[in-house]
Design a protein around this ligand. Structure first.
Ligand code: ATP
Ligand code: MG
Length: 567
């Protein structure tokens, strides 16, 4: 490709709307443009990279005998009603009607569609195991679309579905997929960790997430410094313990004018945060729930959800009006004593161990000190409700744990019979007995992977593509396009590399050298050849985008050198 004809509208300025470096660079490198919130247009360079990632995914799926299909994004509602997910998905699902007023959705994931495909035709144990996948556009009306391709409302996913005759087969398929995912993310040059995940709305039992590490990633992972335990913060069990041998004192009301937050309380009472009990009010479907956790910890909403009979999207922090109504006080003074009747009180397992704690009094400008579980207040003690954090002890080996951040690029699930049961997908075993198929569901966020690669491979000048996914391997920059010898040598090199099957761009634009160099760095082509002043002697500069020395080599050696590096 010649840069003079290529549609790569690069930008000098960092676009104000982009927080994340990958988002900024994708915009600046002329790779994506926003069409609507969470919806992007992919420009030529981005399509190249996306296809390269897809190709890696295809090769690795192929290697484990998973077979490519392609389903429609347009899915009839009936299937989703059969599994109950028409309601469960809630506002995240894009829904529409056809001219006959039939309901459809734009598929957010395809368990229903794949199970439906095989349920009518797969009849015998002889047809199992089976693994099918697609690389396709998904639609989710995310609550907070952000960070460019990281969290879009339209995105490319590889979704694979495995069908097995028993648990053992399902687990085997799961670990094959795990291996394929490790290969995929290694080949994309991602630094990642595999961690236990929560099955959430997907159902089923075991699940692992592949997290591309990034200091500013959306997901927090907790892992043990000694053993192999690693989980998302949502999933990680929290071993935090509270022990106290203090005597129970008499509860007392304290005037705390305008002291509302835990930080304000800490300085007002001059005691550390672990002396407080946080009372958090939530609206869970129809009911209001008060959740009690130690003042120095954060609530884990995923753990809370397990004790409530509501879907994730029906759980929300109570609105100020609700707080005022159930506490009869301004926001900031909630506590477990004297809440409006009917408010359910859920208690973290550590609360009963706390002695003489400080709680809100459900009265504006007042707190209560020396509050004790059982003596002064009660509620349902439901187990572990808090987020694990760095320094907590590993639930597996007891050593200290650390925390890192990252972005989920892949997810594998053992689904069991959740979908085969709901959709009646069965097979006949050797004895002619009808059995439910055991399933797995396995996603790779292809477009998110593209963003995750940039998060890990860039510098202050732009993207640094790993060779495996780079849109082009080599960029030849003609330093001064007015000089005929430079133009001619650039073109000659370009033709030579192109004929040898090398993916190459020739920057033949009539721009200043500085502009061309800046663009070459910004779009991140890994190998750079500059044809400048020494063109008359057939000498060119050769350098790697990732850094290191610039070498002056003969133009005759360029092809060899490139081929060597591509090996
Ligand atoms: P998240 O927790 O980030 O919302 P998820 O767990 O809901 O993701 P899955 O249903 O597991 O997502 O989808 C499989 C993969 O698709 C994810 O691992 C992720 O890489 C990608 N993905 C999910 N949602 C988005 C999105 N809104 N934009 C881009 N990629 C996404
Ligand atoms: Mg997931």
């Amino acid at each position: 490709m010649k840069m003079s004809k290529y549609y790569v509208p690069t930008l000098k300025e960092v676009p104000a709307e982009a927080e994340l470096i990958s988002h900024q660079l994708l915009l600046r490198a002329g790779m994506i443009r926003k069409l609507a919130s969470g919806v992007y247009t992919y420009l030529p360079l981005a399509v190249k990279v996306l296809k390269n990632i897809e190709e890696i995914v295809r090769e690795e799926m192929d290697a484990i005998d998973s077979q490519e299909c392609l389903m429609s994004a347009l899915c009839p509602s009936e299937l989703w009603k059969e599994t109950g997910r028409w309601d469960d998905f809630g506002p995240e699902m894009f829904r529409l009607h056809d001219r006959h007023n039939r309901e459809f959705c734009l598929g957010p994931t395809h368990e229903e569609v794949f199970t439906n495909l095989i349920r009518h035709e797969l009849k015998s144990y002889k047809q199992l195991p089976l693994s099918l996948y697609q690389i396709q556009t998904k639609y989710r009306d995310e609550k907070r679309p952000r960070f460019g391709l990281m969290r879009g409302r339209e995105f490319t996913m590889k979704d694979a579905y495995t069908f097995d005759r028993d648990e053992e087969g399902m687990r085997k398929s799961y670990f094959e997929m795990w291996g394929a995912y490790e290969n995929i993310f290694n080949r994309c040059s991602l630094d990642f960790k595999v961690v236990e995940g929560d099955s959430g709305a997907m159902g089923g039992s075991d699940s692992h997430e592949f997290i591309a590490l990034s200091d500013v990633g959306e997901t927090e992972i907790v892992f043990c410094n000694s053993c192999d335990y690693a989980a998302t913060d949502e999933k990680a069990a929290c071993s935090y313990k509270i022990e106290s041998d203090e005597d129970v004192k008499t509860i007392e009301k304290v005037h705390t004018p305008d002291v509302k937050t835990i930080d304000e309380l800490e300085s007002f009472f001059n005691v550390s945060k672990n002396n407080f009990i946080k009372t958090l009010l939530y609206t869970a479907g129809e009911e209001t729930v008060a959740v009690l956790i130690p003042g120095d910890r954060e609530l884990n909403e995923v753990k809370l959800l397990k004790h409530l009979d509501v879907l994730a999207h029906d759980l929300e922090i109570a609105a100020p009006e609700v707080v005022k109504e159930v506490t009869s006080a301004e926001v900031g003074f909630a506590g477990p004593i004297g809440l409006k009747e009917g408010v359910r009180v859920l208690i973290d397992e550590r609360i009963p161990m706390m002695r003489n704690a400080i709680i809100g009094a459900n009265e504006t400008d007042y707190h209560l000190k020396n509050a004790n579980f059982d003596t002064d207040f009660t509620g349902e003690v439901v187990g572990d409700l808090i987020m694990a954090k760095a320094g907590d002890l590993c639930p597996k080996c007891g050593d200290a744990m650390s925390v890192e951040r990252g972005n989920e690029v892949g997810n594998i699930f053992q689904l069991g019979t959740k979908y085969s049961k709901a959709l009646n997908a069965t097979f006949l075993d050797e004895n002619g007995k009808e059995q439910l198929i055991l399933m797995g569901s396995h996603g790779v966020g292809v477009s998110r992977t593209l963003a995750a690669i940039i998060e890990q491979h860039h510098d202050e000048h732009g993207i640094i593509w790993p060779l495996s996914v780079a849109p082009y391997h080599v960029i030849i920059t003609v330093v001064n396009s007015k000089k005929e010898d430079q133009q001619a040598l650039g073109l000659e090199l370009y033709e030579t590399l192109k004929s040898a099957g090398i993916k190459v761009i020739l920057d033949d634009r009539k721009e200043r050298a500085g502009v061309k160099f800046a663009d070459a760095e910004l779009i991140g082509i890994p190998l750079r050849v500059n044809v400048g002043r020494d063109a008359s002697e057939s000498l060119v500069e050769f350098k790697l985008r990732s850094g290191g020395e610039t070498e002056v080599i003969s133009s005759n050696d360029v092809l060899n050198k490139v081929q060597e590096l591509l090996k």
